[in-house]
Design a protein around this ligand. Structure first.
Ligand code: BTN
Length: 258
């Protein structure tokens, strides 16, 4: 992967700009900095390797060289994205699930931001935002995908079992080709972000739906209940002791209770 190959492969997409790094700390950090310098909507930062990739809740994200995809897309929010900021994480997850389906694989979404294949984590999404007053001015949608088997971190370094697109498909996957499937899918879903179709499709891909799960939250007792679905704003609906609860996106760890 190099800048010229990426420019050529992605030239048919309406990107605002493209920055490629052989190695960088975090593409999200670079995208946030670029956004503060007036980067256009749909500008993308891509790195072959990240040395301090970040996950949710202060976790590390590993992007070893030549094996994975790590990119961050700058979104200048549309009216729907301002109305439903939590759906932006769903946008990334849906886009990736779609792109992976072209390989004949069925991806699921472990709410709010993990994409699973065969019940194992293949990708994570980290959406960060910059607010001006009470409205978001920028979203940075960062996505890390374990593409080749050698990108999967050792078992003792992950909290949830992990896998790669290569492992699950049994095919050698070209990272640039995969990126070329994910970005158009994201661009196609974006105008539908405010629709019922968006929420219903996101919901239909949820892992553990109808199952008993456990939610953990820092400094609080875990909640056990049935995973019901999604609220219109992207929050999770749970049934706990016959009561329906709503859990806000971004605050909760989700794990199967089995
Ligand atoms: C998670 O699973 O907690 C989210 C992981 C998000 C990783 C991606 S890789 C590209 C972008 N840059 C980062 O530093 N993080 C995101």
């Amino acid at each position: 992967m190099n800048a010229r190959e990426l420019q050529a492969a992605l030239r048919d997409l309406p990107l605002g700009g493209l920055r490629f790094f052989e190695s960088i700390g975090s593409t999200n950090d670079e995208a946030l900095a670029w956004a503060s310098q007036k980067a256009s909507d749909l500008s993308v930062v891509i790195a072959d390797e990240q040395t301090s990739g970040r996950g949710r809740l202060g976790r590390k994200w590993f992007t070893p060289p030549q094996t994975a995809l790590a990119f961050s897309l700058i979104l200048r929010p549309t009216a729907d994205e301002i109305k439903y900021p939590a759906r932006v994480t769903g946008l990334g997850a849906l886009a990736l699930a779609d792109a992976i389906s072209t390989l004949g694989l069925h991806a699921q979404i472990k709410w709010p931001n993990d994409v699973l294949l065969s019940g194992k984590k293949v990708a994570g999404i980290l959406v960060e935002s910059v607010w001006m007053g009470d409205a978001p001015d920028t979203f940075v949608l960062g996505m890390g995908i374990n593409v080749l088997a050698s990108s999967v971190p050792p078992t003792d370094q992950v909290l949830f079992p992990a896998t790669s697109v290569e492992t699950e498909s049994g095919q050698r996957i070209d990272r640039v080709a995969l990126l070329h499937d994910v970005l158009p899918s994201l661009i196609a879903w974006r105008p539908k972000l405010g629709t019922d179709e968006f929420i219903k499709t996101w919901e239909s891909l949820l892992a553990f739906r109808g199952k008993e799960i456990q939610l953990t939250k820092e400094n609080e007792q875990p909640l056990s209940g049935e995973l019901i679905g999604l609220e219109p704003d992207g929050s999770l609906q749970l049934k706990v002791n016959n009561n329906f609860l709503t859990v806000q996106i971004g605050e909760i760890h989700l794990r199967p209770s089995v």
